[in-house]
Write a protein that binds this ligand. Structure first.
Ligand SMILES: [Zn+2]
Ligand SMILES: [Zn+2]
Length: 74
C-alpha cells in the first residue's frame, strides 16, 4: 500500500481555513470546498480525495496528487 497523505490535515493554498477535500480530474488539481464552488462548479470530474485515494489505480496520477498534497501546509 502506498503511503496516504492525510488530505484533511492540509489547508487550501487560497483558503487557509479550509482543508483540501476534493480532486478535480478536469484541472488535475486538489481543491477545497470553496474552490469547488468558485472555480470548479462546472467541472464534471470532481471527486472527494478519500475516494480518489482509495480508487485510483494509475500510479503516476496517484503520485502526482500525493506530491501536490505534500506541498500544502499541514
Ligand atoms: Zn480553496
Ligand atoms: Zn476543475
Amino acid at each position: 500500500m502506498p503511503k496516504l497523505v492525510q488530505a484533511h490535515l492540509k489547508s487550501c493554498e487560497f483558503h487557509r481555513n479550509n482543508p483540501v477535500q476534493f480532486y478535480c480530474k478536469n484541472h488535475n488539481d486538489v481543491i477545497c470546498a470553496e474552490c469547488k464552488e468558485l472555480k470548479h462548479k462546472i467541472c464534471m470530474g470532481v471527486v472527494s480525495l478519500a475516494f480518489f485515494q482509495s480508487t485510483e489505480t494509475r500510479k503516476d496520477k496517484f503520485d502526482h496528487v500525493t506530491k501536490k498534497l505534500e506541498k500544502y501546509d499541514s
